[in-house]
Write a protein that binds this ligand. Structure first.
Ligand code: PMP
Length: 974
């Protein structure tokens, strides 16, 4: 077969330099201005910034068929006239009125055209493309294909090396120039595989005009409000032709493999979106993956060949790694798997027929003898056990086998023991096989007929519908024997009297050796390819799929709506360990946001203490028992001298509510000062002094008249900036006080967080509280320090936040961490203030200070002391802050890093001068961090601050992982 493209592929580019281009612009279009060259594999493109706009001069060899250039121009005009079509460049005629001109440059003839330059960013430079971008690219391709569906032109019948209908001869030809034998052989093999799958589908692939180069490089995008690129325009119609419609999508998908970080499943949102705009038929969907592989093969073969001909072509040499990556990702995935995943993405049933049935694999084993053990994230076997310990699964199976003749694992289970903490990718947790621990010597028989293949550790029985993979068997028949259904295959390996491990797996693709475990994102496709062997085993070893989505719907039906959940599509988390949380698919997340759980999750010592106390007694604090006395004593000892009287309650809201009542009782006055941008709780009184508009958008207009908010002393973005702003903020409070003084109603007190927790851990200006406390006390008011969030050791350098300001409050409120998640709160104050409440009768909070709560509180303090958690917060927090500050040097989005210890706030701004909050970017960054295995949420009135407040047991390695992931998001995009 002799095609023109085989010749054209060997031509080098026009020899037209920038000076030549400037002359062409001037002579033929009357344009002048700065010129830059744009990349092209076979042509030359120059952009000019002229007074009348930006234009692109496209120069190709004179022997390039003019009819094809006319087709490109006609297509651009056709698309521009279609509603719903993407943006495309306009064709600009020359001074002589012609769209295409023949010119001579240094003795060589060329054709030139002018298009206007459409503004926007290509996707190529962003390493990471979020699903929203990928989906938009797919939809854009669909809209373009739809616009071209009724376009015809004689110039579309072309011989192009990119036409995937000719991929096989093209690759064969191009490969003749590739020297590396290995590389050559891999490309040829991939091509063969693709062609095998494609052949039967070809008659059903629709033909039409296609752009055939809608890639990351040839689309222009605008950022959405989150800073994610949304492609909306298409350029470079140089490959437009009549071809397979689905090949257009294949080209787009292949370009996305460069952004896949090794996971070809990233293309699925593009396919789903294209299919939604322009539905593909079944054959087209099945042809898509082989065409993507074929495109990858053509790309890589072409670049290798081009480079051999024109070693100085920087465009080609710059792209070759890019193309090798695309090819490597394409060949890393089994084609059958990708076909299933693509059909699933398009909403088609990917079911490949009935369940695999047959005779019993283990004729001697009765279902009643089998104990199927659960190793999922909610299995009791993992309670109190560090589940990442090596060999744990084997130990659990062995333990179960002491009491059961046969122990089996479950198929389709996300195994907790397979999770990997601190990993940017989800671990391969989903089991697509069953393991059996059963007496050695147990007979194994063929469930269906087929050819036997012997492998390293076992066998593959190649049946009609599927291959059966067995490991752990002493074989009877030999290689390539034909096996009849029911024929003995061998016995379970192992010494007589011992148990042996048999691994059983089915795979509908007979060409591959499937993995035993796959990642959650690939589970649905693998489950089709490697179906359950339950029918052959004769007992139910299947795991019900987690129902996280319906569970969320149930939550939304009955759990009152104002109680929001983190994340739009939240992972279902049912387990934790130290600073890690695990969802039901076995994905481990680093918990950087759980200020409540200061000890870390599932602390065995705390669990044990609580369990013991629950077995003995739990009642209310009007009874006399030891722990309430011991705990109150312990809290009083932690507080500064004079603050020796403790109320035990159940939450921060309750503690602050009570603190306000104490202030009222002690002073007989109602007026309270509080800081703007603060949060103190949900109860009527604690809510009244909460002014954070992030928590309550109406906060500023709905305060009762006894609440007097004062200017937020936010030294980062408030009206006065930096540590020298103390006097200005104090003056702002003084002016509120003057007004109150004039009204003559007196002052009950002042409540604030001593480090601005709600704003992301911003320290108050130096000396601020000294002055404010003095002004409040001078008026007879009491000073309340809300230490619910920042106190109790979290700051590392200090146990209490007020220590940082060098003051001592009259009332301290605490909650959150003191119970490590158990509802526990406290008010610590002076005897005089506490006694003032007596006038109003007695105080009683049913579960406050109960035996269980008191034991929790005491045990938390014991563990904090024994494990040095405050010290850990100081050291690891200091390290983390330095790492985050270093990110600030590199990424302008990082406006500041606030806080100390393990209460840090990283504030994102769009502009360091105006401090415009990067609110939407912060939300998108948090979503991306979730994918990378980090739990993080925004805080502050503008929700533009990462609220970094992990369990205090955070390891240095975990802190580094967080900083690494954040660095990755900031450099790769979100
Ligand atoms: N004060 C501060 C500073 C808080 O951050 C919170 C909770 N976010 C509360 C009080 C209220 O605590 P709780 O949720 O336990 O009622």
């Amino acid at each position: 077969m002799e095609h023109a493209f085989l010749r054209r592929a060997e031509l080098s580019r026009p020899e037209v330099n920038a000076e030549d281009a400037a002359r062409l612009f001037a002579v033929h279009y009357g344009l002048s201005g700065p010129i830059v060259e744009l990349g092209s594999q076979q042509d030359r493109n120059y952009r000019i910034d002229a007074a009348s706009g930006r234009f692109v001069l496209k120069i190709c060899r004179a022997d390039y068929a003019t009819l094809e250039l006319e087709a490109q121009n006609a297509a651009l005009r056709h698309i521009a006239g279609k509603s719903g079509a993407p943006r495309v460049p306009r064709v600009i005629a020359g001074i002589n009125g012609a769209d295409i001109m023949f010119v001579e440059v240094r003795g060589q003839d060329y054709q030139i055209r002018l298009l206007d330059y459409i503004e926007g960013e290509p996707l190529t430079r962003r390493k990471y493309l979020p699903p929203v971008t990928i989906s938009a690219l797919g939809a854009l391709g669909g809209r373009l294909a739809l616009a071209l569906a009724d376009f015809g032109h004689p110039g579309l019948s072309r011989d192009l090396q990119w036409d995937l209908r000719h991929a096989e001869p093209v690759v064969r030809h191009l490969l003749s120039a590739v020297k590396d034998a290995d590389r050559k052989e891999r490309i040829a093999r991939a091509m063969d595989m693709a062609m095998q799958r494609l052949d039967a589908l070809k008659p059903e692939l629709r033909l039409q005009a296609i752009h055939h180069d809608v890639t990351d490089d040839n689309v222009v995008s605008r950022p959405n409000e989150q800073g994610q690129l949304i492609p909306n325009g298409v350029i470079d119609f140089g490959d437009i032709m009549n071809g397979w419609l689905v090949a257009d999508l294949a080209v787009t998908c292949a370009s996305l493999l460069h952004h896949a970080a090794g996971d070809a499943f990233v293309i699925l949102p593009a396919i789903k979106a294209f299919h939604a705009v322009f539905p593909l038929n079944d054959a087209e969907l099945r042809a898509l993956w082989p065409l993507i592989v074929a495109r990858a093969a053509v790309l890589v073969a072409s670049s290798e060949q081009q480079l051999a001909l024109d070693p100085d072509n920087a465009y080609v040499s710059g792209n070759i790694d890019h193309e090798r990556t695309i090819f490597d990702v394409a060949v890393s995935m089994p084609s059958a798997l990708m076909e299933i995943a693509i059909l699933q993405a398009a909403g088609r049933s990917a079911d490949r027929g009935d369940a695999i049935t047959g005779d019993r694999l283990l004729p001697e084993i009765e279902a009643s003898q089998v104990a199927v053990i659960a190793l999922d994230t909610q299995s009791v076997l993992f309670d109190g056990v560090p589940w990442s310990e090596p060999g744990l699964e084997d130990r659990l199976l062995l333990a179960a086998s002491r009491e059961n003749a046969v122990v089996a694992t479950r198929y389709g289970e996300y195994r907790l023991s397979r999770t990997v903490p601190l990993s940017p990718e989800p671990a391969e947790t989903f089991a697509v096989h069953v393991d059996l621990l059963l007496p050695a010597g147990t007979s194994v028989a063929a469930p269906f007929g087929g050819i036997l293949k012997i492998t390293g550790g076992g066998l593959i029985l190649l049946g009609r519908d599927a291959a059966l993979h067995l490991a752990g068997i002493d074989l009877l028949p030999g290689q390539d024997d034909f096996i009849h259904p029911g024929q003995p295959l061998g016995v379970v390996a192992g010494a007589p009297g011992e148990k042996g491990m048999l691994r059983v797996q089915l795979c509908r693709d007979k060409e591959i050796v499937p993995p035993s475990f796959v990642s959650p994102g690939h589970a649905a496709a693998w489950a089709v390819l490697c179906p359950s062997p339950a029918r052959l085993l004769g007992f139910d070893s299947d795991t019900p799929a987690p129902e996280s989505a319906s569970l969320l719907a149930r939550r939304q039906n009955h759990f009152a709506r104002p109680q929001k959940n983190y994340y739009e599509t939240p992972p279902q988390i049912e387990r934790g360990w130290r600073e890690h949380m695990v969802d039901v698919e076995g994905r481990t997340y680093l918990d950087m946001v759980n200020n409540v759980t200061i000890l870390g999750h599932a602390h065995p010592r705390l669990a044990e203490a609580v369990h013991r106390q629950w077995q003995r007694l739990n009642t209310n604090s009007r009874f006399h028992y030891a722990s309430v006395a011991a705990f109150s004593e312990r809290l009083a000892a932690l507080a500064p001298d004079g603050l020796d009287t403790v109320f035990l309650v159940n939450s921060g809201s309750e503690a602050n509510d009570l603190a306000l009542r104490l202030a009222w009782a002690a002073t007989g006055v109602r007026n309270m000062l509080c800081l703007l941008e603060g949060y103190h709780g949900w109860s009527v009184a604690s809510d009244a002094v909460s002014t954070s508009i992030a928590d309550n958008p109406q906060a500023l207009t709905t305060r009762p008249n006894w609440v007097h908010p004062v200017m937020s002393p936010n030294t980062y973005r408030g009206p006065f900036r930096g540590p020298g702003s103390t006097a200005d903020y104090v003056a702002a409070v003084a002016s509120v006080l003057e007004k109150l003084d004039a009204e003559g109603e007196g002052l009950a007190g002042f409540i604030c967080e001593c480090v601005y927790g709600n704003a992301g851990g911003i320290p108050l200006p130096p000396g601020y509280l000294k002055d404010i406390y003095a002004m409040v006390r001078a008026r007879g008011g009491v000073c309340i320090a809300d230490e619910v969030q920042v106190g109790y050791g979290r700051l590392g350098h200090h146990f209490w936040g007020f220590e940082q300001q060098g003051v001592v409050p009259d009332i301290i409120t605490i909650a959150k961490g003191m119970g490590n998640g158990h509802p526990l709160g406290a008010v610590i104050t002076t005897k005089a203030i506490a006694d003032a409440l007596e006038k109003e009768g007695y105080f009683f909070s049913s579960a406050g200070g109960s035996p269980v709560s008191s034991v929790v509180g005491l045990t938390v303090l014991d563990i904090m002391r024994d494990e040095g958690l405050q010290e850990n917060a100081r050291i690891v927090g200091g390290h983390l802050k330095r790492r985050l500050e270093a990110l600030g040097q590199r990424f302008p989005l990082v406006g500041a890093v606030h806080g100390m210890g393990l209460y840090l706030g990283l504030e994102f701004v769009r502009d360091r001068e105006t401090l415009t909050p990067a609110t939407l970017e912060t939300a998108a960054i948090c979503d991306r961090l979730l994918q990378l295995g980090v739990l993080m949420q925004p805080t502050g009135d503008h929700l533009n601050v990462l609220k970094i407040k992990p369990p205090l047991c955070l390891s240095r390695q975990s802190a580094d992982f967080f900083a690494d992931m954040l660095e990755r998001v900031l450099s790769e995009g979100w």
